[in-house]
Write a protein that binds this ligand. Structure first.
Ligand SMILES: [Zn+2]
Ligand SMILES: [Zn+2]
Length: 115
């Protein structure tokens, strides 16, 4: 395997690449993804980026990324909320709230806390 870009590392929990590069790209690992409550599988967070070490390239997860999930859960498990959004870590929190703040400011609003 080739070396990861500076600032990135393999997550000790999910073994995916996480961290922020020196040119401010954020690689979001599975720990900050979305969990399917029906089958327990974790998917990547829609509208996030991650670094793929196998192809040494960046991949963008589209907003409709979750639709690709073919849930293997049997019918009787399919009750309640389908997905739980896993908590973001601080770097992702800062990254997305900076974007939210910029958007709100550009529309003339004060920054409201994003949850
Ligand atoms: Zn992880
Ligand atoms: Zn599922």
């Amino acid at each position: 395997m080739t070396a990861l870009p500076r600032g990135l590392r393999i997550c000790e929990d999910c073994r995916e690449v996480r961290g922020r590069t020196i040119d401010d790209k954020l690689s979001v690992c599975l720990c900050q993804g979305v969990r399917c409550n029906w089958c327990g599988m974790t998917r990547r967070r829609p509208i996030s980026d991650y670094y793929d070490p196998a192809s040494a390239s960046w991949v963008n997860v589209p907003w409709f990324g979750l639709q690709a999930h073919r849930c293997p859960a049997p019918e009787e498990w399919r009750v309640g909320e389908h997905y739980t959004t896993l908590p973001k870590d601080e770097s992702f929190q800062a990254y997305s709230s900076a974007i939210t703040r910029m958007t709100l400011l550009s529309m003339g609003f004060e920054h409201g806390d994003e949850s």
